[in-house]
Design a protein around this ligand. Structure first.
Ligand code: GDP
Length: 538
């Protein structure tokens, strides 16, 4: 073997090993279940303590709609911490934040396309909630493996068995309890680890300060009777029952997205959190191969590739700067690298990509599959864009969702119509809102998943483009993207239904239905035309 070959193999091994040590995940939950609290505790384990306060500060201003302008001002913080990278047990953990407000759910959905696993947080008193159901549906599109954390056991909660039943029946995923709660509320004593046959003792308020909690090995330990009295026998009986009535953990079923390992604890007390983090390292998958139409791309490949799943505007309002979040899918990215922007067919040199290390390092020196890097975007990067070292690798599976809310756009000053179009086009490219241009030449229509998106659009049109726009109600119920294999039939469809058709920001044809009934009838009448509730990158 020549030296050259040896060096290449060593480099290849390094890339494979770096990729395999990555865990890239997001937390999914209904607002208030404890996502922010849990994020903080996870960062504490990663030694990124200085960030913990940041998470809280951001959270405080995130809730109310009227606080949006405030959030805007604090974009710097939120972007820096919307991807959090920290080391844990010789692994590199990438935690991707998902916007908490449900009005930003479309953005959340796309973040989920960039992760390899998800951590689902459930409030033990509330069980499965609306937002959890929606987010899990999105995870299911890619069979993303899910770890479940049932939170707030330090409060009076619902019966744990009943909670598992609810997860199974509502979310259609098998539950494999890994830890089991011993009591709850004031009588919360800790958890029993079903796989390790160990009891982790809980003491309110103590856990956070002192992570070396007492551990009891074995369910039949006399120490248990000593500490718990009658509650010990109860626990033994309950564990017997749980073992009989629930599924054992199966790695294969978890990786296939069919089964979720379930942990109980209390995030605010930092209790049960380490077990979750360990599960993430031990069981959750590293970066997975990704589909790029031409072929499957393997994370251990030597050559760099990746795709953009999110664009964040106004990091620095003075520069009207936008950052494109790129997930590395293969190879090694290094500072100063020339990478090919595939949609534009152009090479760009990336000398100042941003990293999201918790240690506040600014510039990316290198990154591997699973990592997220931030590219400065001066308007030429869109969500779904792919980058490589030259090979045509357009990654797929980055969806746009059919909006559920619509507004007609009017402007007060007709001389500004050009700016209006430009502004809306850019907002559409960022995924901040969707824009539809009716075929019949009528007013532009904005589409969104949440009302707040309209508010954001109006504010940004005003401040960034100097356009005073008015959004008016419009009689549209939903949108469906149209495709049809038969070109003549499509032309006929376009002619007959022109008043209901529009092009979106990327030039795709969409049908704007006035009601559910209208949509159903149209679909019935045009059986060869396909109506899609999601669309992929153009
Ligand atoms: P998010 O909206 O999902 O990010 O939820 P937060 O992390 O902000 O938590 C919502 C509320 O629940 C806050 O008041 C937290 O202090 C509280 N909370 C979070 N975890 C726990 C817990 O383990 N026990 C109790 N009692 N409260 C908790």
């Amino acid at each position: 073997m020549t030296m050259d070959n040896a060096a290449r193999i060593a480099k290849g091994d390094r890339i494979a090993a770096e990729a395999a040590s990555r865990r890239t995940f997001a937390i999914i939950s209904h607002p208030d279940a404890g996502k922010t609290t849990l994020t903080e505790k996870l960062l504490l384990f990663g030694g990124a303590i200085q960030l913990a306060g940041t998470v809280k500060a951001r959270k405080a201003s995130r809730h109310a709609t009227s606080d949006w302008m405030e959030i805007e001002k604090q974009r710097g913080i939120s972007v820096a911490s919307s991807v959090m990278q920290f080391p844990y047990r010789e692994h590199v953990i990438n935690l991707l934040d998902t916007p908490g407000h449900q009005d930003f759910s479309e953005d959340t959905y796309r973040v989920l396309t960039a992760v390899d696993s998800a951590l689902m947080v459930i409030d033990a008193a509330k069980g499965v909630e609306a937002q959890t159901i929606k987010l899990l549906d999105v995870c299911r599109l890619r069979d993303t493996p899910i770890i479940t954390f049932i939170n707030k056991l330090d409060r009076e909660a619902r019966d744990p068995m009943e909670l598992l039943d609810e997860v199974e029946s509502v979310l259609k995923i098998q539950c494999a309890p890994v830890t089991w709660p011993i009591g709850m509320g004031k009588r919360f004593r800790g958890v029993y680890h079903l796989l390790r046959d160990e009891i982790l003792l809980f003491e309110a308020g103590r856990a956070e300060r002192n992570q070396e909690l007492e551990l009891i090995r074995g369910l039949d330990s006399p120490r248990l009777d000593e500490l718990f009295g009658d509650q010990a026998a109860e626990l033994r009986e309950e564990v017997e029952l749980v073992r009989g009535a629930s599924h054992g953990f199966e790695l294969g079923a978890f990786l296939a997205g069919k089964q979720t390992p379930v942990f109980f604890g209390s995030a605010i007390n930092n209790f049960g959190v380490r077990e979750v983090l360990n599960a993430l390292v031990d069981w959750a998958p590293g970066p997975q191969p990704r589909d790029a139409t031409a072929r499957l791309v393997n994370p251990a490949e030597e050559k760099f590739s990746g795709f953009v799943f999110k664009i964040q505007a106004n990091m620095d309002p003075a520069h009207r700067d936008r950052i494109a979040f790129l997930r590395v899918c293969s190879g090694r990215f290094e500072r100063g690298m020339r990478i090919r922007h595939l949609r534009l067919g152009r090479d760009i040199q990336v000398s100042n990509a941003i990293t999201f290390m918790a240690q506040e390092r600014e510039q990316v020196e290198e990154a591997y599959a699973g990592d997220i890097i931030g590219l400065h975007n001066h308007g030429n990067i869109q969500i779904g864009d792919s980058f490589s070292l030259g090979e045509e690798l357009q990654f797929t599976g980055i969806p746009y969702f059919a909006p559920e809310l619509f507004r007609r756009v009017r402007i007060r000053n007709p001389l500004k119509v050009k700016q209006l179009h430009k502004g809306l086009q850019q907002l559409a490219e960022e995924g901040a809102t969707q824009v539809f241009k009716p075929l019949n030449g009528g007013d532009l229509v904005l589409g969104a998943v949440g009302v707040l998106q309209f508010e954001v659009a109006a504010h940004r049109l005003q401040t960034e483009y100097g356009v005073d726009a008015v959004f008016e109600p419009v009689n549209i119920y939903t949108a469906r993207w149209i495709s049809c294999a038969d070109a003549r039939m499509l032309a006929d469809f376009e002619k007959k239904l022109a008043d209901n058709l529009a092009y979106d920001g990327a030039g795709n044809l969409a049908y704007l239905a006035s009601s559910r009934v209208n949509l159903d009838l149209t679909q019935e009448r045009w059986p060869q035309v396909q109506f899609h509730a999601t669309r992929e990158h153009a």
